[in-house]
Design a protein around this ligand. Structure first.
Ligand SMILES: Cc1cc2nc3c(=O)[nH]c(=O)nc-3n(C[C@H](O)[C@H](O)[C@H](O)COP(=O)(O)OP(=O)(O)OC[C@H]3O[C@@H](n4cnc5c(N)ncnc54)[C@H](O)[C@@H]3O)c2cc1C
Length: 277
């Protein structure tokens, strides 16, 4: 079996305090020797400079950094400029996304779907970047059907993506079923599960409603039942997510990508419980 790859995702901080806090978060995750740290990008370019700056800091500290790049609302010229900036910084991995048009932004720009962005990155930069794309084991909320979403995913990989990271989910079968289905479509790229540790139920419920990731009823009911007892929610979340990771790795997942929300503690705790090296 090839080496399992682990990575951690951050969002770009908005304040100087946030920058300091994120640097401290990184220091706690560095000993886990992840393959890379990724940094999200606000669709429509809303965090463009902060994403670039965070990537620059991670790189300057000597770690592998992977910027997310979303194309919705953007032009070829703008994407080209960002690719060049990242290339010049010595970045060689990128998470290529469509993104979601921010409300109030009228034009979708020159790219409609992520497969067009992947094609563009390959055409502009050849094999320079390792390209990651997004995958949705529980089906992207705007997809016409599960089958359509799979076909679109396969098209995106065939456009030149090297691997994929999934939206988070709490049902291992959704992941295994997705991987099996894309293999049948001839996609052999690794699909790394995205893992969302559970900190606050209300926050998780909000995220999940937006992105179509299901919180199974038994989990939702249990967390609702804990009310304001954040300690119990934390303990429950750690047990459930650790068990999910165990199932995924035992079932052949090629690694794990943690959505840290810029907080290291839960990811580190899950890591330790999994006894990963
Ligand atoms: C790992 C990961 C990281 C993310 N990081 C960010 C981030 O940093 N910033 C951000 O804004 N968002 C981020 N997102 C969210 C993502 O941008 C949204 O989920 C967005 O709605 C879809 O982006 P995509 O790249 O998956 O789009 P696409 O692959 O383009 O798919 C979008 C929808 O269109 C359909 N579709 C795709 N191609 C076609 C086609 N050719 N014809 C017709 N229909 C098609 C798909 O089935 C799907 O329903 C991330 C998601 C994941 C899983």
């Amino acid at each position: 079996m090839s080496k399992q790859l682990f990575s951690f995702e951050f969002f770009p901080p908005q304040t100087p305090e946030g920058v300091t806090k994120l640097a401290a978060t990184r220091m706690q995750l560095v000993p886990l020797k992840p393959e890379f740290f990724s940094v999200t990008f606000g669709a429509g370019g809303s965090t463009q400079d902060r994403t670039l700056e965070t990537i620059r800091q991670i790189k300057a500290e000597g770690y592998n950094a992977a910027p997310h790049l979303s194309c919705v609302g953007s032009t070829r010229e703008n994407i080209r400029a960002m690719l060049n900036a990242y290339k010049n910084m010595g970045i060689n991995r990128i998470v290529a996304l469509r993104g979601d048009l921010p409300s109030g932004m009228a034009s979708i720009g020159e790219f409609q779907y992520a497969n067009e962005l992947v094609e563009f990155i390959r055409a502009e930069t050849g094999d320079h970047f390792h390209i990651e794309v997004a995958a949705y084991p529980e089906v992207h909320p705007q997809a016409k059907s599960a089958q359509d979403d799979l076909a679109n995913f396969a098209r995106k990989v065939k456009a030149g993506a090297d691997s994929a990271i999934t939206q988070y989910f709490y049902n291992a079968d959704a992941y295994f079923n997705f991987v099996e289905a894309v293999r049948k479509l001839g996609v052999s790229a690794p699909v790394v599960p995205g893992i969302m540790p559970i900190l606050k139920f209300s926050q998780l419920a909000r995220f999940s409603d937006n992105c179509g990731a299901e919180i199974p009823r038994w989990m939702r009911k249990t967390m609702e039942g804990y009310g304001d007892d954040t300690e119990s929610i934390r303990a429950f979340g750690l047990d459930v997510v650790t068990r999910l990771c165990e199932q995924l790795l035992a079932g052949g997942a090629p690694g794990l990508h943690f959505y840290t929300l810029n907080q290291p503690a839960l990811s580190v705790e899950i890591w330790n419980r999994l006894k990963l090296k």
